[in-house]
Ligand binder design. Structure first.
Ligand code: NAP
Length: 294
């Protein structure tokens, strides 16, 4: 049995695709017992109804999948982990960086793994979850206690039929995704436009090179492979073109009046710069501008 904490878009995607009867959602404390029922529209094929039980005290999950937003990770886990055996692997699926390290530091003896996914899911209606984009999910150990669990976790998640790989060094893929998110998401939120539309905007063109210079210095100081500012800009723009008609999650959060994950994207880079003595005025400006939108 896999326990999923966070019954939002991504949590519902995993719950719908994992084998029926082998998955349960972790309820919020006030949630009445029973099950969560919703319509699921797979990437290919017709829509169908999914019923996932809320986990019962008698259930012994083999792993916990955390699918809350990054800012909710610590409080959600703090209320769930006391009832979970200490050797249950925890898989963190949050975007950005920072929340994963907070969890690994707070529970150093628990097996903590992190994952990064290019699957896309959304909820155009409260009871409809759509698998909007197919991709893959990379999973790796964040601490020593997790290393022995990696293969079993990958095997269990691959039962979903989604593509899942083991990563020997998960920080690399997390950084790669962070770079892309840092170069696209805040601009789409501030300019209130689709991913591809940032490229022609004066505000983006003014700030993208100094932003990439900051990220390039931070990558080096954080022991990540060296990447020139020009190479970073090339990667960011390639993804902006490839996802030209997408609305980023940050823009969607702003439009829906939800708090964003900016603290774990450009905001994470500001905090890291502070620790490492690297100036990050562009990341700071983007973080503040996005916060003002909330
Ligand atoms: N959606 C995607 O396609 C996608 C792709 C890649 C990565 N990600 C990342 O995956 C994470 C989740 O994204 P999402 O789109 O699934 O977000 P989401 O739709 O907002 O889902 C998060 C869910 O967590 C629940 N939650 C928050 N605190 C909780 C707690 N203490 N106990 C139980 N449930 C709690 C929320 O409940 P309420 O609704 O009641 O607040 C919400 O249902 C984010 O870090 C995101 O960046 C998402």
């Amino acid at each position: 049995m896999i326990a999923i904490l966070g019954a939002g878009s991504l949590g519902r995607l995993w719950a719908a695709t994992l084998p029926a009867g082998q998955v349960a959602f972790v309820p919020r404390p006030e949630q009445p017992a029973g099950q969560l029922s919703y319509r699921f529209r797979p990437f290919d094929g017709p829509e169908y109804q999914v019923r996932i039980p809320w986990i019962m005290p008698s259930h012994r999950p083999s792993l916990l999948l955390l699918t809350t937003k990054a800012g909710d990770s610590l409080p959600a886990l703090a209320s769930t982990l006391p009832v979970l055996p200490t050797d249950t692997p925890i898989v963190l699926l949050q975007n950005g960086l920072g929340s994963q390290q907070q969890v690994a530091e707070r529970w150093p003896d628990r097996p903590v793994l992190a994952a990064t996914t290019t699957e896309g899911a959304n909820r155009p209606e409260a009871d409809l979850t759509v698998h909007a984009g197919q991709g893959d999910t990379r999973v790796g150990a964040l601490n020593a206690a997790a290393k022995a669990h990696l293969n079993e976790v990958v095997h269990a998640l691959a039962e979903s039929g989604l593509t899942v790989h083991a990563e020997p060094d998960i920080l690399g893929p997390l950084w790669q995704k962070l770079v892309i998110n840092a170069g696209i998401n805040a601009f789409t939120a501030i300019l209130n436009c689709l991913n591809g539309q940032i490229l022609d905007q004066a505000f983006y063109q003014q700030w993208i090179d100094p932003l990439c210079r900051e990220i390039s210095s931070l990558l080096l100081a954080a022991d990540q492979p060296e990447q020139t500012p020009e190479a970073l800009r090339g990667q960011i723009e390639a993804i902006a073109r490839k996802t030209a008609t997408n609305t980023s999650s940050m823009r969607a959060d702003v439009l829906a009046g939800r708090s964003t994950e900016i603290d774990f994207i450009n905001g994470y880079l500001v905090g890291l710069g502070r620790q490492l003595g690297i100036e990050t005025p562009v990341n700071q400006m983007l973080t503040e501008r996005v916060k003002q939108l909330n």
